[in-house]
Design a binder for this molecule. Structure first.
Ligand SMILES: C[S@@+](CC[C@H](N)C(=O)[O-])C[C@H]1O[C@@H](n2cnc3c(N)ncnc32)[C@H](O)[C@@H]1O
Length: 284
């Protein structure tokens, strides 16, 4: 079978099974099997696949038709211009989470600042910050040991210098921190049936669901962040669609709230608050 036939047949299978973006899926999987760039598929469309390549493509197409996200099949996802290894123990990094990274960078953390990424998953947020802000000290934490194994492997491969801690939110953290950042789980159990099948059946539930109508992690994280932040330090958290008002209401008057960061469509995505710095004494 040639590359042209392999692409055509894969696209037909995806169309038949209602997989969205059939051509893109076929191109990504065939590129993965051949360890080649997408352009190669179109400059070598008469090249014959070996028996082994044909079988590997068949397996990959079968997995995709069964609902496995393409990122888990190829084992990676791009985030902020770098590839992160992913597997079913970590959430697949989403493009909107890059906004959280951009906001932290926008604050221009000083050299020596201590930053912790709570619920790091693949490590995409914390590792990106460690690489973009190389004079800061970044820590990655997660309650999932398996997720931390993936984050550790990503940090090593991308040569990011980070500390790694397995803990429940900030329970065992040794602060203080200048920035606490998090994309916590925020899907309410009641929304389970509304999730895409790929997400519901394949992404880790510990990364998706939170008690208390999706607010559980925010409710715990906000007061513990208050204890762990240096005066003048920032807490930045990604929020789920439609959660802004309820998350904002969890901050008491001891916090200084900053405007919520919105994505390109104007959807509120990043809640930001600051632990106020003490007033500077008026020395005469
Ligand atoms: C929405 S995912 C975010 C993963 C990654 N930071 C990203 O943005 O792609 C939430 C992460 O929080 C972790 N998590 C869930 N509950 C936690 C808890 N109580 N303490 C620490 N981490 C937790 C999950 O294992 C998961 O990796």
């Amino acid at each position: 079978m040639t590359i042209r036939d392999a692409l055509r047949q894969s696209i037909q299978r995806f169309e038949l099974h209602g997989v969205s973006s059939p051509r893109l899926n076929a191109e990504v999987l065939l590129s993965h099997v051949l360890a080649a760039e997408k352009a190669y598929l179109y400059t070598h469309h008469e090249r014959e696949l070996s028996v082994e390549e044909t079988q590997r493509l068949e397996d990959a197409v079968y997995e995709r038709v069964s609902g496995v996200p393409v990122q888990y099949i190829v084992g990676r996802q791009e985030f902020y211009g770098r590839y992160f290894a992913v597997n079913p123990s970590v959430l697949i990094p989403r493009p909107e989470t890059e906004l959280l990274v951009e906001h932290v960078i926008g604050f221009r953390p000083a050299a020596g600042s201590r930053i912790i990424d709570v619920g790091t998953g693949s490590g995409c947020i914390g590792i990106t910050l460690a690489l973009e802000l190389s004079e800061t000290h970044v820590f990655l934490s997660d309650v999932s040991f398996e997720a931390l194994q993936t984050a550790t492997a990503n940090a090593r491969r991308l040569a990011a210098n980070v500390g790694i801690v397995c803990m429940d939110l900030l329970e065992a953290a040794s602060g203080p921190f200048d920035f606490i950042v998090s994309n916590p789980p925020y899907v309410s159990r009641a929304e389970t049936s509304r999730l895409q099948r790929e997400v519901r059946e394949h992404e880790p539930h510990v990364a998706l669901f939170a008690e208390d109508d999706g607010l559980g992690a925010y409710r715990q994280l906000i007061p513990s962040a208050q204890q762990m932040l240096r005066p003048g330090g920032y807490l930045l958290m990604e929020i789920g669609f439609g959660l802004e008002e309820r998350v904002v209401s969890l901050f008491d008057s001891s916090w200084e709230r900053l405007p919520t960061g919105a994505d390109l469509q104007g959807i509120p995505r990043i809640v930001i608050a600051r632990r106020p710095a003490p007033p500077i004494a008026n020395v005469r």
